[in-house]
Design a protein. Structure first.
Length: 162
């Protein structure tokens, strides 16, 4: 099975936003709880506490969103390979990845793990290195075929059931 893909900055940005949104919200909530505890221990009136908490929440959220956007933009622009048109060829024995400036083969048994979410197959070659295969370039039949190849090769995987 062969699939041609092209990841845009928008795809990359949405992937990172969706995958880190929960962490961002939890971090902000923990920060706010500590802020509320500190302010209430200091004896701030309730109206001041609500106003300052709301202000700090907005400032932190804005800062984190802007910082995340520029970090993601830098990560995308600094990785020329991810911006190329990439062709994935999946066979029963191996995965072949061909870009405009690179060419790579690896066997299924060298795959660390695979995660599938609503929009992507994430093929991890190690704990930190992954290939991102956008599902928008695959037909439903190809998605099923890829899942079957993953299962047949006994890869550690989190696959969807749809």
């Amino acid at each position: 099975m062969t699939v041609k893909t092209q990841i845009t900055f928008r795809d990359f940005l949405l992937f990172h936003i969706k995958s880190s949104l929960l962490r961002l919200i939890v971090f902000l909530l923990i920060l706010l709880v500590f802020f509320i505890i500190k302010e209430s221990v200091d004896g701030s009136p309730e109206t001041d506490l609500l106003r300052s908490t709301s202000m700090w929440f907005a400032i932190l959220l804005l800062f984190m969103v802007i910082r995340s956007y520029f970090s993601i933009k830098f990560a995308f622009s600094s990785n020329k390979n991810i911006q190329e048109s990439i062709t994935y060829t999946f066979t029963d024995e191996k995965i072949r990845i061909e870009g405009e400036t690179f060419d790579e083969d690896f066997t299924w048994n060298s795959v660390y793990k695979i995660k599938e979410n609503k929009d992507w197959f994430l093929i991890y070659q190690s704990a930190q290195v992954m290939n991102m295969v956008p599902k928008k370039f695959l037909t439903k039949g190809q998605v099923s075929e890829l899942r079957n190849m993953i299962k047949a090769n006994h890869i550690k995987a989190k696959l969807r059931k749809d």
